[in-house]
Design a protein around this ligand. Structure first.
Ligand code: ADQ
Length: 486
C-alpha cells in the first residue's frame, strides 16, 4: 500500500492529543490553550524551537478544524466521533490498555468492538502523518493509544524514519499475554525503527513479549523478526532497537518559574492560608488509580489516628486533577477518595484547623510551582507509573534546598532519584514509617538528599531526553527503504 502522497514537513509528531485545547469564549471567539498532562508538558519545551507538524485529536467530538500554525509548529487535527471517543479512547486506550500496562491494578476490559475502533482510528492517524511528512522525514509517534501507527505508516511510506516512545510502563509478558490482540500490537510497534521506553525493564518486557508472542529473536537491545506471520502488512524482515530513554522536565525553565518573585510570594500566601503549619505534606496527581492516592490516604489517616501527626502543626494537601471522568473505574475511585477525605477530616480536623485539604482542580504552571514550594514533604506514591514528572518538578521547584521527597519504588523516577525516601506504597506500615522519617530526619541529611536529586534532574532534562531519543532513532539499525540519500 505504498502511497505517493508527500507532505513538506521533515519532522512529524503524532500523539493522541494536540498540545492545545479549544476554548470557546462567551462572545463566541475561539482560543487555543495548552492542554494538560505529562506528555504535553514534556514535549512543549522540546518542540518550542523546532519546525514541524503535530498530528493529534483536538479534544472534542465531530469534525476536526482545518490544520493551523502555532508558532513554528503546524497543528494537524484528527477528527474523532463521539462513538470513537467512547470506543478507541475511553474504551480500548483507557479501559483495556491502561490497566493492563499498569500491572492490572484494576481488571482490564476486553471488547472486540473497541479493538476494531482502535485499529480504524490508528489508520486515520497514520494517513494524516503520511500526508504531511516530506520524503525521508522523521516521524515520532507517542504512547499506547497509537501502537499500530508505526507499521501502518511504514506500510504506506517505507521512506520514513519512524520512532515510538511509550510514556507508560510496558508490562511483563505474563500480563501482556492476556491481550487478545497481543500479536497485532507487537507487529504494529515493530513497524518503527526505534522504540523508546521509560525504564530498562520496560524495554526488556517488550523484547521478551516479541520472543514469546511472535517467535522473534532478541539480541542485546535489538529485536529481529522475520515478519513471517505478518501476511497483512507485508513488513518483511525487521531489525528494531528497543531501549530505555527516560523522560524528564524542562529543568531550567521550571526553576526560572519557581524562582520568580511572583511564585515565591504566592507560595508565602498559600502557606499562610493553610495556617502557617510546621509541616505541609502534599500529594499532586491526576485522579487515577495508578497513583496510589487511596493507599496514601490510608497511611495519612493512620498517622493522624496514632497521633504521630496532628493539625494545626501538620496538614496534608492533596491536589487531584480531574481525569477520565467518563470511565467507571475513575468515577468509583473519586467517590472512594472523597469519602475517605471526609472521614479523616470528620475525625481529626478542628474548627479552623483542617487535617486534609483536598483540591479536585487543575492549575496554571505558576500555581503548581508555588504549591511545590510549600510542600515540606512531597508524597509521590504510585502503585505503578511510567516515570512521574511531579517528582522531578518538585525537587526542581525547591530552589531553597529544603523539602523531602517520598517516592514509590514502582515509578520510573525511582530508577534515577535514588536519593529520595523510597517506599513500597502497598506496605502501609512501611509507608507511615517513611513519611515520619522524611518529616523528622536531620535537616543536613534532608538537604544532602535534595541536592543530589536536583543535580540529577538538572543534568538529565527534557532536552537531553529528546536528543537521546532522536539520536537513537537516527542511528537505528535498519535503513528506511526507497529513501533518497542526502
Ligand atoms: P501522567 O500520568 O499525566 O503522565 P505525570 O508524569 O505525573 O503523570 O505528569 C503530570 C503532569 O501534570 C505534571 O507536569 C504535573 O505538574 C501536571 N499536573 C498534575 N496535577 C495538576 C493540576 N492539578 N493542575 C495542573 N497541572 C497538573 C504520563 C505517564 C507518566 C509520565 C508522563 C510523561 O503516566 O508516568 O511521567 O506521561 O512521560
Amino acid at each position: 500500500m505504498v502511497s505517493s502522497a508527500r507532505g513538506t514537513y521533515d519532522f512529524v509528531v503524532a500523539a493522541n492529543r494536540l498540545p492545545v485545547d479549544r476554548h470557546v469564549e462567551p462572545d463566541g471567539t475561539t482560543t487555543w490553550q495548552t492542554s494538560p498532562g505529562g506528555l504535553v508538558t514534556a514535549m512543549e519545551s522540546v518542540m518550542r524551537d523546532r519546525e514541524g507538524a503535530w498530528v493529534g485529536w483536538a479534544g472534542f467530538p465531530g469534525e476536526a478544524p482545518e490544520p493551523f500554525d502555532d508558532g513554528p509548529l503546524r497543528l494537524v487535527p484528527v477528527p474523532l466521533s463521539a462513538e470513537e471517543i467512547a470506543d478507541y479512547y475511553e474504551g480500548f486506550s483507557n479501559d483495556t490498555l491502561w490497566p493492563l500496562y499498569h500491572d492490572v491494578i484494576v481488571p482490564p476490559t476486553f471488547h472486540r468492538s473497541w479493538w476494531h475502533c482502535y485499529r480504524a482510528v490508528n489508520e486515520r492517524f497514520a494517513e494524516a502523518v503520511c500526508e504531511v511528512a516530506a520524503e525521508g522525514a522523521t516521524v515520532w509517534v507517542h504512547d499506547y493509544q497509537l501502537q499500530l501507527v508505526p507499521a501502518m505508516v511504514r506500510d504506506r511510506r517505507p521512506d520514513l524514519r519512524i520512532g515510538w516512545f511509550n510514556h507508560i510502563p510496558f508490562p511483563p509478558v505474563e500480563l501482556f499475554a492476556q491481550l487478545p490482540w497481543r500479536a497485532s500490537i507487537l507487529r504494529g510497534l515493530l513497524g518503527a525503527d526505534f522504540l523508546g521506553f521509560q525504564r530498562p525493564d520496560d524495554a526488556r518486557n517488550f523484547r521478551r513479549a516479541c520472543r514469546a508472542v511472535l517467535g522473534a529473536r532478541a539480541a542485546g537491545d535489538q529485536v529481529r523478526w522475520d515478519g513471517t506471520d505478518d501476511g497483512r502488512t507485508g513488513a518483511g524482515p525487521r531489525t528494531v532497537r528497543a531501549a530505555s530513554v527516560p523522560i524528564s522536565i524542562d529543568a531550567s525553565g521550571f526553576q526560572r518559574l519557581a524562582d520568580s518573585p511572583e511564585v515565591c510570594e504566592r507560595a508565602r500566601e498559600i502557606r499562610e492560608s493553610l495556617g502557617d503549619p510546621d509541616v505541609v505534606l502534599m500529594g499532586v496527581d491526576r485522579l487515577d488509580y495508578t497513583k496510589g492516592i487511596r493507599h496514601r490516604l490510608r497511611a495519612i489517616g493512620e498517622l493522624f489516628e496514632d497521633g504521630d501527626i496532628a493539625p494545626p502543626d501538620v496538614t496534608f494537601v492533596q491536589v487531584a486533577t480531574p481525569s477520565r471522568e467518563r470511565v467507571e473505574a475513575y468515577r468509583t475511585l473519586r467517590e472512594q477518595i472523597e469519602a475517605t477525605v471526609g472521614r479523616i477530616n470528620g475525625d481529626f480536623s478542628h474548627l479552623g484547623d483542617t487535617a486534609v485539604h483536598y483540591l479536585h482542580q487543575s492549575y496554571p504552571r505558576e500555581e503548581m510551582a508555588a504549591l511545590f514550594q510549600v510542600a515540606d514533604v512531597m508524597l509521590v506514591t504510585p502503585l505503578r507509573d511510567g516515570m512521574n514528572l511531579v517528582a522531578k518538578e518538585y525537587v526542581t521547584a525547591r530552589h531553597d534546598g529544603g523539602g523531602a521527597l517520598v517516592l514509590s519504588e514502582f515509578t520510573g523516577a525511582a530508577e534515577e532519584l535514588r536519593a529520595a525516601y523510597l517506599c513500597n506504597p502497598h506496605d502501609i506500615e512501611g509507608l507511615k514509617e517513611t513519611i515520619v522519617r522524611a518529616i523528622r530526619d536531620d535537616p543536613a541529611e534532608k538537604s544532602r538528599r535534595m541536592a543530589a536529586l536536583r543535580r540529577r534532574v538538572r543534568r538529565h532534562d527534557v532536552q537531553t531526553w529528546a536528543e537521546e531519543f532522536l539520536a537513537a532513532l537516527a542511528s537505528a539499525p535498519q535503513r528506511p527503504r526507497g529513501r533518497s540519500r542526502r
